[in-house]
Design a protein around this ligand. Structure first.
Ligand SMILES: *Cc1c(COP(=O)(O)O)cnc(C)c1O
Length: 489
């Protein structure tokens, strides 16, 4: 646009009216909003209606339809919403469809409908959730969720936490809290030993590096028969490190590893960590919400003695991507790691009635991300969550029992949670090669998606059941695909 030149005679600010006029496009009126909302809802409803029959995985065809987004440059005049939605629909075909109940790879996410409505409301109102003074009800909602998760893991009233964008960031905050609680300074880093296993999620390694602990010695604790951290080996390693003059500092355990769902022996680890004065962090990003299932708590015994725990609501609570959480047994250690005082925030600090998320997190301004978790918990109640999680556990057992009936298929032990590892080990054949071939065949089919991994040097396929949309029929379809692939190989 051209800026009108200022008139020197009458009103030298007349150009403001022109700018206001042109900028008004950013505030569509009620009719335009209704039209747009209708178009977006229709788009979403069509997606949901087609979901059941859509493939879960589409390997990228040539030409790649996602290249269509490149055909939409940012123009001065903009493009009609419907035309943009049409491009989105056409471009959004290849890859994994995480919304599908057939997603049994990696750790499936969710996408509860009320969360989408909550995001809509949170974005419209744009409440400031970082500081209690600015958004008392928004922070209260987030704080109730944090308290609920502290209670869920069995923490006392001293615990506190933070809602994050995901598990990786939550693990990063945990590592920073551990580092600060140990008061590690530059000279200490090369002696501060960290213990984890080869099954620890790779985001922990990333977190250590980001947190400035890249030079700290890291030990891979051996695994036991069930791919869990071997506590006796850990004990030995700690003693050896102390004898060398090093300073054992942090143990990173998992409550539900990504590869196999294994839960490390948390009670024994807690006892060891207490005796040796180490920070015990438990990554329960995948497994944590199984605490909601009746009778499962004992598998997590000792979790409440961990110093910090990560949970991923965008996994086990079926939320859309963008929701992780950290809870810390001594909440003040989290505050000590992240609190700040800024001159321009004085009003906020003087009026603090509720803990402010910004004092427990690297973030200041952030989306009001609590609403997408709070609203589904409010409108659904807890019962359907408990049932869905119990269903996932049972489905993994069902798959484990059925898949080994297929000739040539070998399973790892019964699933610790809702991940079942299996491989194709044909008699007289190379199991790794056969499992790779099976993986390729399953991906080429794509109606149901499995992912593969390497554990202890062996190739395994994984059936990871966690989507709220996954039911028995998806596993039956997956089993049929496996049976057929093997029969024709
Ligand atoms: C998914 C996962 C993570 C990483 O969380 P993001 O939400 O993907 O960042 C960390 N640890 C475990 C055990 C996980 O399953």
């Amino acid at each position: 646009m051209r800026l009108p030149s200022r008139s020197t005679t009458s009103d030298s600010w007349a150009h403001l009216a022109h700018l206001e006029d042109e900028a008004r496009a950013l505030e569509p009126g009620p009719n335009e909003r209704a039209g747009w909302t209708e178009a977006v809802v229709a788009h979403a409803e069509r997606f949901l209606a087609e979901l059941d029959d859509a493939p879960t995985f589409v390997s990228t065809p040539q030409p790649d339809p996602s290249l269509e987004v490149n055909a939409l440059p940012f123009t001065e005049e903009g493009t009609a919403l419907q035309a943009v939605l049409d491009v989105l629909r056409r471009a959004d075909r290849p890859g994994i469809n995480p919304a599908s109940g057939g997603h049994l790879g990696y750790i499936p996410g969710g996408g509860l409908f009320p969360s989408a409505l909550a995001d809509f409301l949170a974005d419209i109102e744009n409440r400031y959730s970082g500081i209690a003074y600015a958004g008392p009800s928004a922070t209260r909602i987030e704080n109730r969720l944090i308290r609920w998760m502290c209670d869920l893991v069995g923490y006392s009233g001293e615990a506190w936490g933070d809602l994050t964008s995901g598990g990786s960031i939550a693990n990063l905050s945990a590592v920073v809290a551990a580092r600060e609680a140990a008061a590690l300074r530059g000279a200490d880093l090369e002696r501060a030993v960290i213990y984890r296993t080869t099954q620890t999620h790779h985001c922990v390694e990333k977190a250590l590096r980001i947190a400035g602990l890249g030079q700290a010695p890291r030990r891979s604790v051996p695994l036991d028969q069930r791919w869990r951290m071997d506590v006796r080996a850990l004990t030995r390693m700690i003693h050896e490190d102390r004898a060398r003059g090093l300073r054992p500092f942090l143990v990173v355990a998992s409550a539900g590893t990504t590869d196999t769902g294994a839960i490390d022996p948390l009670a024994d680890l807690a006892t060891l960590a207490e005796r040796e004065a180490l920070w015990l962090h438990v990554d329960a990003a995948y497994g944590g919400f199984f605490l909601l299932v009746d009778g499962l708590r004992e598998r997590f015994a000792g979790l409440e003695r961990a110093d910090s725990i990560v949970l991923d609501p965008h996994k086990g609570l079926f939320l859309p991507y963008g929701s992780g959480a950290l809870v810390v047994r001594q909440g003040r250690t989290l505050r000590e790691a992240f609190a700040y005082e800024a001159a321009y925030m004085r009003d906020a600090e003087e009026a603090e009635a509720e803990p402010s998320p910004a004092q427990y997190s690297p973030e200041l301004t952030r989306p009001f991300r609590g609403l997408r978790m709070w609203l589904p918990l409010q409108v659904f109640g807890l019962a359907p969550f408990r049932a869905a999680l119990a269903e996932k556990l049972a489905l993994a057992r069902y798959f484990h029992d059925r898949v080994q009936e297929i000739p040539g298929i070998e399973v790892a032990g019964p699933p610790a949670l809702s991940v079942c590892c299996f491989r194709h080990a044909p008699e007289g054949g190379d199991a790794d090669e056969a499992t790779r071939r099976l993986t390729r065949a399953l991906h080429a089919d794509g109606r149901v998606f499995f992912s593969s991994t390497i554990i202890d040097g062996d190739v395994w396929l994984r059936c990871a059941v966690l989507s709220f949309r996954t039911h028995r029929r998806h596993l039956d379809l997956g089993l049929e695909m496996i049976r057929r692939s093997i029969a024709s190989s």
